[in-house]
Design a protein around this ligand. Structure first.
Ligand code: RIB
Length: 293
């Protein structure tokens, strides 16, 4: 397998507010602090993969506003190849994240330049897709581009991973064409139309989902860990117990580790033992990331 990764997705300027609780209607609540950082599920996943020393390309768009260069330069500083990020007139994508003291997160995103990604951007990325073993997409660019990119990445010979986050309606064929689908428990509920309130329930629903779409599926379950369905095998790995202070992007760290692992081992090497190892590794990294801002 080619040991490079292409990420086709979002870059967001994140404002993370640390709040003691959610404000009531009509209330002005004082936050305990704010962090400004480069984010976006696409860029976060690219950074994680690059931190693991896998050559990683980012395909996406930023605006012409003050945060655009910051987003591109931050990805570059972490070792992500930014040659396929295009600047478009207007605002960059943005994330506004309410991080509550109890560890829960309430986030909104502003689409901005992420919704300017075109089929032409994907076509221009064909040379790097052909060099890549794995391509990942998320749901922060237009649905028609996600669908197109899945086809092009398959045509280029990539293993295709879809982190279907945030949860949105997708054509069924998008879900069935990808090799691995990764969702958190909230997104899993959206796609399964079932409450995922226990590991046992997650195991039942993941099997149904994987059989329905005939692919491999991973559910991340926050502080409970992760469950995966791969070629008929179901694995559950509990999360590491840590004192979490900031959980934003933990799922992206998980995805970046999965990409790196598949590049190293290949999909065909993902037998039971490897699957366990991959989940343990991704879980551990995602847990560690929550202990820092
Ligand atoms: O997964 C976390 C990310 O989701 C944030 O960086 C935010 O920008 C949103 O895309």
């Amino acid at each position: 397998m080619n040991k490079k990764i292409t990420v086709i997705g979002s870059l967001n300027y994140d404002v993370i507010l640390k709040i003691p609780r959610l404000p009531f209607k009509g209330e002005t609540l004082t936050a305990n602090g704010a962090t400004f950082s480069a984010g976006g599920k696409g860029a976060n996943q690219a950074v994680q993969a690059a931190k693991l020393k896998t050559p990683t390309y980012m395909v996406g768009c930023v605006g012409t506003d003050a945060s655009a260069d910051f987003l591109v330069n931050t990805a570059k500083e972490y070792g992500v190849n930014v040659d396929y990020i295009r600047k478009v007139p207007g605002s960059s994508g943005m994330g506004v994240i309410n991080a509550v003291e109890d560890g829960s997160v309430y986030a909104c995103i502003v689409r901005g330049a992420n919704f300017e990604v075109t089929k032409e951007d994907v076509d221009n990325a064909m040379p790097i897709l052909k060099e890549s073993g794995v391509c990942i997409l998320q749901n922060e660019i237009p649905v028609e581009i996600i669908a197109y990119a899945i086809d092009k990445a398959k045509e280029a010979g990539c293993t295709v991973v879809l982190n279907a986050a945030p949860a949105i309606e997708l054509p069924e064929e998008c879900l069935s064409k990808v090799d691995i689908l990764v969702v958190n428990e909230v997104e899993a509920e959206f796609y399964c139309h079932e409450k995922i309130d226990s590991v046992e329930k997650a195991k039942t629903e993941i099997k149904k989902m994987a059989e329905k779409y005939n692919n491999n599926v991973i559910f991340t379950l926050g502080k409970d860990g992760a469950v995966a369905y791969e070629n008929g095998t179901i694995e559950f790995i509990p999360a590491m117990k840590v004192d979490a202070i900031e959980t934003t992007g933990a799922g992206d760290t998980f995805c970046g580790c999965v990409l790196h692992y598949i590049c190293e081992h290949g999909m065909e090497g993902l037998e039971e033992e490897n699957l366990k190892e991959m989940l343990t590794f991704a879980n551990a990294a995602a847990s560690v990331i929550t202990t820092r801002k």
